[in-house]
Unconditional design. Structure first.
Length: 565
RNA sequence: GCCCCCGUAGCUCAGUGGACAGAGCGCAGGCCUCCGGAGCCUGAGGCGCAGGUUCGAUUCCUGCCGGGGGCGCCA
């Protein structure tokens, strides 16, 4: 909040200087309001003079001095002094009274603190998870879900109108679905005692047997006879439905809900795939070659052209996906975000090419590629899952370490770093576990408030309490970090980077623990006690908000497990 | 061979082109009459290499060297 205000004042100053004929420039360049690492250089600093210097053909320090002289009067409400320093920085030194005003501002805003107008009036579609309905969600899908959902929450806070969508790969001609149905059918037949072998490239996981079992329970042996093709179609339906229902359940338990489950098959049924292919033909970006229909993606930077319809007449997955993205664009979103696993990275260029071929702006489509997740038990890698056969399922990890710890760990690193999750650490209730560190800070504040209530100390009124007594360095360090929440949300939204909020939550928790150790809340002189109670409450709001954006709960007390010795 | 991601402290990782590069873990030491010690404080320790762009590069570009992943008329 302070940063935004300063940026405004600085901009006004530059424009005023131009107005007065002191600076000549066309357009104001992008500039930063940053917090200098060295406190000697003030509380905030701007590089505007340096980035402007070239345009105005003046020495950066001179430019800085001119801007300084044109700062609006309002600046002095918060700023004690402004200095020109270094290569041409403008350093701002806050008045001591600033801290209290920040706390008051946060309490006044309450739940709304951190809400931005960045995305006001803009609609964004976040499409994520979109797992194949051929198996349970894996550890990797969990990362997708955590990142996508948190990003959606952050964009909502930033003012966007957000929709969450799951694309169901349920195309009836899909090779994988067919193969999956065949695998279930094989297990079903085996249950009936038929001597059939599981195909080499079939799905071998335990869950396939479970589905076969449940089909047998519901339908008995009725599929033993009958037209093989009809039976297989029926199995496709049932198996797909069951898998999908299970995925939806897992995601709901993980705190992730979708506004829309978009069926690939529905695109075929509505003739959208055919329509899109025709459109591509008309626009000259689809052509026949060796019996297949190709997308001329090389026209838009892809390394080779891609098949849309196979020589056997069946459309590829790409064909439907292009139709799907056309549908998304037609729905009129300002921003489209896709979350794909690293194994899909090669697909980015052709998708972007496809939307460009259709005449849409590919820059409105952000495709986020997240890297692999590895699971460890201490230093021992965990690879196999009993149930899925090959991959660890999301459900298994949720059951073992809980939603809060898992979501937090998923969001601890940037999505483009490979992520290692240590189950032992995530389960550990100790100082080593960052989830508990943050949640504990929140619980600690709740505890202070509980104790205050027990002692008959009422929660002071933020509107009338004197907050200028908050002058301790630990108080200032905390308040400054609290003031950053809107900026952090803006950065996370702009860069599609939810992990920034994780780092921020850890930082606020650290600042609070420092404050707690240095500054006694209950038992301080009454005016100071009142101010500190309000500071603690403001911190609680910020922590709850940050955790909420991650999809992690902010508990009022931490239940410590009794260690069994 | 081509493409994507990553090379920052002993380990795991943050770091919006700026002025002295941060955190956690680990290690060495210290702090409980008192709001929950699941906490706090102190210390040692680092931008893979070479060019380029820039007033300024850990950050952007190119090449090289390491590590991970991917290159289907599968999805």
């Amino acid at each position: 909040m302070i940063r935004q205000q300063l940026a405004e004042w600085v901009q006004q100053a530059a424009l005023a200087a131009r107005e007065a004929g002191a600076l000549a420039f066309e357009t104001l360049p992008e500039f930063e309001i940053e917090t200098p690492r060295n406190p000697e250089f003030g509380d905030y600093a701007t590089n505007l003079a340096m980035v402007l210097a070239r345009q105005v053909r003046r020495n950066p320090r001179e430019v800085a001095e001119i801007i300084r002289q044109h700062l609006p009067q309002a600046t002095h409400a918060w700023i004690e002094r402004v200095e020109v320093a270094g290569a041409g920085f403008l350093n701002f030194y806050l008045k001591p009274s600033w801290a209290g005003e920040v706390v008051r501002h946060i309490l006044m805003q309450g739940e709304r603190y951190g809400n931005l107008t960045l995305g006001a009036g803009k609609r964004v579609l976040v499409e994520f998870v979109s797992a194949n309905p051929t198996g349970p969600l894996t550890l990797g899908h969990g990362r997708n879900a955590a990142v996508g959902d948190s990003l959606a929450r952050i964009l909502e806070a930033a003012g966007y109108q957000v929709e969450r969508e799951f694309y169901i790969n349920d195309g009836e001609n899909s090779t994988q679905i067919r193969n999956f149905a065949l695998s279930v059918l094989t297990r079903y037949k085996q249950l009936l005692g038929e001597p059939v072998e599981m195909p080499e490239d079939g799905y071998h996981g335990e869950y396939v047997k479970e589905i076969a079992q449940s089909i047998r329970e519901q339908h008995g042996d009725s599929f033993a006879e009958g037209d093989p093709e009809t039976v297989l179609k029926r199995f496709e339906q049932i198996a797909k439905q069951q898998m999908l229902a299970e995925q939806e359940r897992d995601l709901a338990d993980f705190g992730v809900r979708f506004d829309r489950w978009f069926s690939e098959q529905s695109l075929y049924d509505a003739g959208k795939v055919e329509e899109t292919l025709n459109l591509l033909r008309e626009r000259g970006y689809a052509y026949e070659h060796e019996g297949a229909l190709w997308l001329k993606s090389t026209a838009f930077g892809d390394e080779k052209d891609r098949v849309l319809v196979r020589a056997n007449g069946l459309p590829t997955y790409l064909a439907a996906d292009v139709a799907y993205h056309r549908d998304k664009y037609e729905r009129g979103y300002d921003l489209l975000i896709n979350l794909w696993g690293a194994d899909h990275h090669g697909y980015v260029a052709r998708m972007k090419a496809a939307v460009a071929a259709l005449g849409y702006d590919p820059d409105r489509l952000h495709i986020l590629i997240y890297q692999l997740v590895n699971l460890f038990r201490g230093t021992e890698p965990v690879r196999m899952s009993k149930r899925a056969g090959e991959f660890i399922t999301l459900r298994e990890v949720i059951d073992e370490i809980g939603v809060d710890a898992l979501r937090f760990f998923y969001l601890l690193r940037s999505h483009d770093s490979t992520l290692d999750i240590d189950i032992e650490l995530a389960k550990e209730q100790s100082e080593k576990n960052p989830v508990f560190y943050v949640q504990y800070a929140h619980a600690r504040i709740c505890s202070i408030e509980r104790t205050a209530a027990e002692r008959g100390v009422p929660m002071p009124d933020w509107a009338t309490t004197d907050l200028s007594v908050l002058t301790h360095p630990a108080e200032h360090a905390l308040i400054k970090r609290l003031a950053d929440l809107p900026d952090e949300i803006a950065l996370a939204a702009r860069h599609d980077a939810p992990h920034r909020l994780t780092a921020y939550a850890l930082d606020v928790a650290r600042a609070f623990h420092g404050f707690y150790t240095e500054c006694r809340v209950l038992g301080a002189e009454p005016p100071l006690q009142a101010a500190r109670l309000l500071l603690a409450q403001a911190t609680r709001f910020v922590l709850a908000r940050a955790l909420g954006l991650l999809g992690v709960s902010a508990p009022e007390r931490m239940e410590r497990e009794e260690s069994v010795e």
